[in-house]
Design a protein around this ligand. Structure first.
Ligand SMILES: [Zn+2]
Length: 415
């Protein structure tokens, strides 16, 4: 049987995705709420686990809440396919859920056709990818990449610690590190995800095969000046923290133009001014700067130029500047041979496609540091994600799912 004869079942896939999205739906906003380790996240996991069981798979759950549904006997390295089930608050119907559903659909298709893979195939639904506690908890657990001391320190925006949130749902954070898979136990990891950007749609392409994923550097910056009366303090005598922040903001596009690439992204996304009162000169500005690029060298150069612009802006405005690194996820090139398989299968199926970078982080990026990994994008309407308006056409979803199934068939064959 050639792989092109084994087809996914779009109707069954759609039913599965709709089933996932019964959990956490907000009628008022149209958004989906399955934030990591919330009640809805736990509820969808237990439902998805039942779906895996009913599909006749060998099902297990690890310390992070990752779900595994295995087809084929263990003892040999597996091909793992899936994505995450958690969402951001008021997220969309496809981010994560689609990839998790396609993972299970691929394994169901193999079963339908009575295929016994030479290497086991494991459908996975990872946990806490979206970042309530920082993100990628599930894939970091599988791949043994939890940073030392991080588990004990992690907390969400409301100050709830990871340890507490996990305990409230019956999980023990103490055992996370023991859940790492042994080296060599995964021969390939595959993920399908929505693009979350406008490229595929604008070029009218169905499939994006991801070559590299941008790194993410988060800096926390404070500019400290003097709060004072906005009427009585002459302009030259001010130490206005917002004026310094504004100069940094203005410098960013020029820095990117001079030394960045078309993959460079720099964002000031969160700003706290204090006292934050209309009649008072801001005495303090605390803000984040997030730097992304697909090259570690470019990220480092961007960082040094941005830090210099902060120092200059502080000097010009009589401010004291401090800069701290909050987190750094390095850029990752995905495995060339897995990418080749995805590309060949896409071409064989005759689907329009491109090879592209990813500006957003994904489980496949984390997994690549542990095992050969591949990532496939399908188009996002208007490039929108993390919002109720998130949408991907079913014709593209079917194509994406079929590419994944063909890749699973190829990668699970052999001695
Ligand atoms: Zn996602």
């Amino acid at each position: 049987m050639t792989s092109s004869e084994v087809q996914i079942r779009p109707d069954r896939l759609k039913t599965l995705l709709d089933g996932i999205n019964k959990f956490g739906f907000n009628r008022q906003t149209g958004g989906y709420n399955r934030v990591g380790f919330s009640d809805m996240d736990i509820a969808v996991r237990s439902w998805f686990r039942e779906q895996m069981k009913e599909s006749g798979l060998d099902v297990s759950v690890d310390a992070a809440g990752n779900l595994f549904g295995r087809l084929g006997t263990s003892g040999k390295p597996c091909v793992m396919i899936g994505s995450h089930l958690d969402t951001v608050p008021e997220g969309g119907a496809f981010d994560g859920a689609l990839g998790a559903a396609i993972g299970l659909e691929c394994v169901r298709s193999l079963k339908d056709h009575g295929i016994e893979p030479d290497f086991p195939v494991v459908a996975v639904a990872t946990s806490e990818e979206e970042g309530r506690f920082g993100g990628m908890l599930g894939s970091q657990t599988i791949s043994g990449q939890l940073a030392p001391g991080w588990v004990e320190m992690a907390s969400d925006a409301d100050g709830v610690s990871l340890v507490e949130a996990m305990a409230a749902q019956g999980y023990s954070a103490d055992t996370l590190r023991e859940a790492a898979w042994p080296n060599g136990s995964i021969r390939a990891f595959l993920e399908l995800h929505i693009e979350q950007g406008p490229v595929l749609e604008s070029e009218q392409l169905s499939i994006g095969i991801v070559e590299s994923i941008s790194g993410v550097l988060v800096l926390g910056v404070s500019l400290e000046g003097t709060a004072n009366h906005s009427g009585t303090t002459p302009m030259p005598l001010r130490a206005d923290a917002f004026a310094g922040l504004a100069e940094v903001g203005v410098a960013i596009p020029t820095i990117i133009k001079d030394i960045g690439t078309d993959q460079s992204r720099v964002t000031i996304g969160k700003v706290d001014l204090s006292p934050n009162f209309p009649h008072t000169i801001p005495g303090r500005a605390d803000f984040t700067i997030i730097i992304r690029d697909t090259s570690a060298e470019v990220m480092a150069t961007l960082r040094s130029h941005i830090e210099a612009s902060i120092t200059d802006a502080a000097a010009r405005n009589s401010l004291k500047a401090s800069i701290e690194e909050r987190s750094y996820l390095p850029p990752e090139s995905l495995d060339g041979s897995v990418r080749q398989v995805l590309l060949e299968e896409t071409k064989r199926l005759g689907y329009s496609h491109t090879v592209m970078p990813s500006g957003a982080g994904h489980d496949a990026q984390t997994m690549q540091a542990f095992c050969p990994s591949g990532l496939v994008f399908v188009p996002s309407r208007n490039g929108i994600s993390h919002a109720p308006e998130e949408w991907t056409d079913w014709t593209d979803i079917e194509k994406g799912a079929q590419v994944m199934l063909n890749a699973v068939l190829r990668l699970s064959k052999g001695d």
